[in-house]
Design a protein around this ligand. Structure first.
Ligand code: RUB
Length: 309
């Protein structure tokens, strides 16, 4: 029940952003475990597995979601009693949520060190961790100015400018297509990530790769703020990150689309920025060049690759 509700909220984007999605899924699994009436271990495990599958299916791109679910569900099959299984889920969910919040704080601390007094920073979409770095730099007394994009079609830029405004940070709001016009005035680009692949490519909100390309051309550094649970172990085995394609109505109202029978609206929600356009990925373990993504996957996610064979 809890998982169905959370799954709906993630699907309709009432809960959005890769970190928040992951924590909400962990919380839903915990509540599902606490609310379960199952008295037989196998039935309890079955319920949890159905809840986990439902949550993972909501949004396909944010790797934080299956990673969080995997961490909460780890070892469930070894539980001998319902109580043991329930306690395990609750403990692992709490541990994930706690470590996720800690990671967001650590990244803000590390990221802020890369922002200098007087910097003008461009950000795209609405990333809790990217904004955390900017707000921490401001809190430390650095004079900064931000350019935030609109982020068509869902306008996540509005959430970003509200947050920056509330923090008292001087902010400029621009349409997505104005990025190249302003990029030479920027000192830094900071964005978040939905997934980081083994070759250091970053999957983030549609338009991120254009922003990073423009920055690369203008020799402006690009920082990606990403917790280690956004790194994608399965990409080691060649699996690609699935790019979510959202409803056409988000881009073009149905009543207009109906009058244009030869027009197809395409609405991918994310794109892939290759490693060569990224200078650093800031994780809670420290800043790494994107080429070191493999090490993060091996060292910190602790997933044995054979698990996927
Ligand atoms: C959000 C988005 C964010 C990342 C990182 O897309 O692309 O940049 O999820 O966010 P959507 P965070 O709005 O479609 O979920 O740093 O908050 O985890």
């Amino acid at each position: 029940m809890f998982s169905t509700e959370t799954a709906e909220k993630i699907k309709c984007m009432e809960i959005r952003g890769a970190g928040r999605i992951a924590r909400a899924a962990a919380e839903a699994l915990k509540n599902e475990a606490l609310g379960s009436k199952a008295t037989i271990t196998a039935a309890f495990i079955g319920e949890m597995e159905r809840a986990a599958a439902l949550l993972v299916a909501t949004r396909p791109t944010a790797v934080s979601l299956p990673n969080a679910v995997h961490m909460v569900m780890a070892g469930l099959n070894r539980a001998k009693t319902v109580d043991e299984a329930r306690v395990g889920i609750v403990q692992r969910a709490d541990a994930f949520i706690h470590s996720s919040q800690h990671a967001v704080e650590k990244i803000a601390e590390f990221g802020a060190r890369h922002i200098r007094d007087g910097d003008t920073i461009l950000t795209h979409c609405n990333s809790e961790v990217a904004l955390g770095c900017i707000i921490e730099a401001h809190r430390l007394g650095k004079e900064i100015e931000v350019f935030a994009t609109e982020v068509r079609p869902r306008n996540q830029g509005l959430i970003t400018i509200r947050t920056l405004n509330d923090a008292g940070i001087k902010t400029n709001f621009i349409v997505d297509s104005a990025v190249r016009s302003f990029i030479s005035d920027m000192d830094l680009v900071i964005v978040g990530a939905d997934a980081v692949t083994v070759n250091g490519a970053v999957v983030n909100k549609i338009g991120t790769s254009q922003v990073a390309h423009a920055a690369y051309e203008a020799r402006v550094n690009v920082l990606v703020a990403a917790e280690t649970y956004k790194f994608a172990p399965r990409t080691i085995l060649g699996e690609e990150i699935q790019i979510e394609e959202r409803p056409a109505g988000e881009v073009l109202p149905d009543e207009i689309a109906r009058t244009l029978p030869h027009v197809t609206v395409r609405n991918p929600a994310f794109d892939v920025t290759p490693a060569e356009f990224i200078d650093l990925i800031i994780t809670e373990k420290g800043a790494i060049p994107p080429q070191m993504a493999y090490l993060i996957i091996r060292e910190y996610l602790g997933w044995d690759i054979t698990e996927f064979n």
